[in-house]
Design a protein around this ligand. Structure first.
Ligand SMILES: [Mn+2]
Length: 468
């Protein structure tokens, strides 16, 4: 049996097992509080509702021992963990002995041995790559589909989660690609080849081009006037009567002309044509909504997670119009938070340690703990920090804990999860994440100790890199 068949078998047997649970049981659902976790929650509660089941849902940034212990005191006999749990199996084993537990996750495994009361579904258990090929919401979707084939109409939600976890890279791989086929067949998503820019449905075209930072257009990105001139030279009027044209207002011919001209401009870039690729359109969203483009919907969900607006995000996924409005507002507010975080970083008088091959940013209470990872990610892609430098950023939570994020500048492949593990162990903290992006949670009281260990380990890492 190949690994995909083995994984499908895990999914099927979990669904079968769950079918035996009484419909009178209220199902306790705990999901991760990020775009993928919110998508997972939405998929599961939709599936539970259509199965005539009741549920109680909460979302968490991290699953620590207090959190799990708390669950053990609750009256629910059946608990689901979605997009979380695989990294906390020992805690779940320890505290939830008396309950039936389902874990639908794709994070790295802490250990493989569950218990007879735990049904653990994770692609890594079958040798399938969970960081690229399927997300937590993808696993939850496959479970829902095994439960009832009618749940294929939830496939698009799983794709939003996968995008949130950066699993869309000019297309989807393997299991995600199959989920995309389901989403297309159910009529929820349409894929076109187009310009991979942000705001095609919502922002003025010239602004979209000006702000194309992921795929920069030399001489145009960053300049509004150059962007306007560029369009005019192509014979594309940037105006639409009184207002501004959007990318979606262009005719096919204009689109073609624009795409070609942009690629020509990008010829000295590494992959000039990378700006063209699949664009995912959600068929049931309104024409001018930021939720129309799946990438944008996913970033709205990300913002909801970071600012603790889980219900707005999940509500938007379930199709509630009030929630959609609130979720879109949350994205705007999130952008303001990011801008403020960048300003803090650029003007900070203390809290920044620059070493050989690394930089440590300790924002203390100046940046929200849910924003600190985004700041590190942005800095890692900004080109302002030397390629290959490790960026370690820290911010305090309101529970006397400090959230730590680790990223690497540029595209170097270093196992950041291993590095953060080594540092975190020295202060008895918890670490987790993936190769390219990882994090930890430590006691704020032990920050100084942590920073000292970090300096030592990151210096060693920089030396090893040199030798290699
Ligand atoms: Mn995930």
């Amino acid at each position: 049996m190949d690994k995909y068949a083995r994984f499908q078998e895990l999914v099927n047997s979990a669904a079968q097992d769950f079918s035996k649970t009484s419909k009178n049981e209220i199902i306790r659902v705990v999901s991760h509080l990020d775009a993928d976790g919110l998508s997972s929650a939405a998929v599961l509660i939709k599936a539970l509702s259509s199965d005539n089941r009741k549920y109680s849902l909460s979302t968490v940034h991290q699953l620590d021992e207090d959190e799990v212990r708390q669950l053990s005191f609750e009256p629910y006999a059946c608990v689901f963990f979605t997009d979380i749990g695989s990294g906390q199996l020992s805690l779940i084993k320890k505290h939830l002995k008396g309950k039936k537990v389902f874990i639908l996750d794709h994070h790295q495994l802490e250990e493989t041995d569950g218990g007879s009361n735990i049904v653990h579904v994770n692609p890594h258990l079958a040798g399938v790559n969970g960081s690229r090929e399927v997300s937590g919401s993808g696993v939850t979707y496959l479970f829902a589909k095994a439960l009832n084939a009618a749940n294929v109409n939830l496939a698009h939600i799983a794709l939003l989660g996968a995008m949130g976890d950066m699993q869309e890279n000019s297309g989807f791989e393997k299991l995600n690609a199959q989920i995309l086929e389901d989403a297309k067949e159910s009529g929820k998503i349409k894929v076109i080849t187009g310009l991979r820019v942000f705001g095609a449905h919502t922002r003025p075209l010239h602004k979209v081009i000006e702000r194309s930072s992921e795929h920069p257009i030399p001489g145009i990105t960053g300049s509004e006037s150059a962007s306007l001139m560029f369009l005019q030279h192509l014979g594309i009027n940037p105006r639409n009567g009184e207002g501004w044209k959007k990318l979606t207002d262009l005719t096919d011919e204009e689109l073609q002309k624009l795409a070609t001209a942009i690629i020509v401009r990008r010829l000295d870039q590494e992959k000039p044509e990378a700006i063209l690729g699949p664009v995912y359109i959600l068929q049931n969203e309104k024409k001018d909504s930021p939720l129309k483009d799946a990438k944008e919907f996913s970033s709205v969900l990300n913002a909801c997670g970071r600012l603790g607006k889980a219900s707005a995000g999940i509500g938007a996924l379930l199709g509630h119009s009030g929630s959609k409005e609130q979720a879109i507002k949350t994205l705007r507010s999130y952008k303001r938070h990011i801008a403020n975080a960048l300003t803090w970083y650029k003007t900070a008088k203390k809290g920044i340690i620059k070493g050989k091959g690394y930089i440590i940013i300790n924002a203390e209470e100046n940046i929200m703990p849910t924003i600190i990872g985004t700041l590190a990610s942005m800095l890692s892609k900004s080109g302002e920090i030397e390629e290959g430098s490790i960026i370690l950023s820290m911010a305090q939570t309101d529970k006397d804990k400090t959230k730590v994020s680790i990223r690497i500048s540029g595209n170097k492949d270093v196992n950041l999860k291993e590095i953060i593990n080594k540092i975190t162990i020295t202060v008895n903290g918890m670490a987790g994440g993936h190769h390219q992006a990882a994090g930890a949670l430590i006691d704020t009281a032990r920050e100084t100790e942590f920073i000292e260990a970090a300096k030592r380990i990151l210096e060693m890492q920089a030396m090893e890199e040199k030798v290699a």
